[in-house]
Design a protein around this ligand. Structure first.
Ligand SMILES: Nc1ncnc2c1ncn2[C@@H]1O[C@H](COP(=O)(O)OP(=O)(O)O)[C@@H](O)[C@H]1O
Ligand SMILES: [Mg+2]
Length: 313
């Protein structure tokens, strides 16, 4: 449904996208992760046709968005990062307005408004003004607006930012349902558990490039290893450790498939340095630890390949 090859975009001297390849099939949800400034919104706005690309190509349902922008854009529903509803219009009027932009009229438009209002659980609020909705209700309306034209490609840019648990559950259930019905979904978020909850595969963007892509399990397996993480009160003086080890100041990470099994031996090898241990954690690979590894922990200097080399040596 979405085929992106070598996508590039710069804002003056900032290279926001530096050659992104991405494929999203119909029925697939891709959870797009990355630190602030990684390029998630730039990419979303290019797919939605609100921002021109500088290089590479984007095809939506086979249509090249640079050559055939109008029909390509009709396939897309876009909920931008910033909430864009009309505060003075009611929920119904907001849905009607955006439905008209999608070419709906008359009975079809009325029915679609009812359907979408029900899908985002605002059916009891159709007459309320946009400005009078709660934060979560605004996000739901904003998300609903993106559905009006029955898009084949749905672009949702941080649609659950700052919403309450109930609104989040409504939105996540809706995203899953739309994918089940065949839509391709680009879903950017900072909430990693959502990715697992909606059954998405993962793209991790870093500095305008795809740094990891795949099913959650494969991204986790590729970028994370089980370990014992020991934090000392200060950088410790340690003798040789018989497992692959990575040190960052007071933090020492020891890699092994079964961290709990090696723990006694590790503590013995620490010798008297053990007295200055502040905490010991048995870390199992998770999406969060993979994400941190890929996007960089604040004081992270050692690339994973280095650790692998040690492990193989
Ligand atoms: N309109 C703009 N003008 C100049 N720089 C921009 C603009 N939009 C985004 N950027 C820059 O492009 C990079 C990517 O931003 P963005 O796509 O918003 O990232 P994300 O959504 O992942 O936080 C950042 O360095 C950001 O500062
Ligand atoms: Mg953004």
């Amino acid at each position: 449904m979405l085929e992106v090859v070598n996508l590039r975009k710069s804002y003056k001297d900032i290279d926001a996208l530096r050659g992104v390849d991405l494929h999203i099939a119909g029925g697939e949800i891709v959870g797009v992760l990355g630190r602030n400034g990684a390029g998630k919104t730039t990419m979303a706005s290019i797919f939605a046709g609100t921002c021109p690309l500088d290089g590479g190509s984007v095809h939506i349902d086979g249509l090249d968005i640079s050559r055939r922008p109008v029909p390509a854009r009709r396939k897309v529903g876009y909920a931008a990062q910033e909430i864009s509803i009309y505060p003075v219009l009611s929920v119904r009027e907001n849905l009607r307005f955006f439905g008209e932009l999608c070419g709906l009229r008359g009975r079809g438009l009325r029915e679609r408004c009812e359907e979408v209002a029900a899908a985002v659980r605002l059916e009891g609020h159709l007459a309320r003004r946009g400005s009078d909705l709660s934060g979560g209700e605004k996000r739901r309306l904003h998300t609903g607006i993106a559905l009006m034209g029955r898009p084949l490609l749905l672009i949702l840019d941080e649609v659950t930012a700052g919403v309450d648990t109930q609104s989040r559950a409504v939105i996540l259930a809706l995203v899953r349902k739309l994918a089940t019905e065949g839509a391709a979904v680009y879903y950017s978020t900072h909430y990693l558990p959502e990715i697992e909850e909606i059954g998405a595969s993962v793209v991790i963007l870093k500095d305008g490039l795809v740094a990891a892509r795949g099913a959650i399990e494969s991204v986790v397996a590729e970028h994370c290893q089980p370990m014992v993480r020991v934090v000392f009160s200060a950088e410790p003086l340690l003798g040789p450790i018989s497992f692959p080890t990575r040190r960052r100041g007071p933090v020492v990470e020891i890699y092994a498939d079964a961290p709990s099994v090696i723990l006694p031996r590790v503590l013995a090898e620490f010798g008297s340095a053990s007295e200055t241990i502040r905490s010991v954690e048995l870390v199992q690979p998770s999406l969060e630890s993979a994400y941190l590894r890929v996007t960089g922990e604040p004081d992270d200097e050692t690339p994973l390949e280095k650790i692998r080399d040690v492990a193989l040596a």
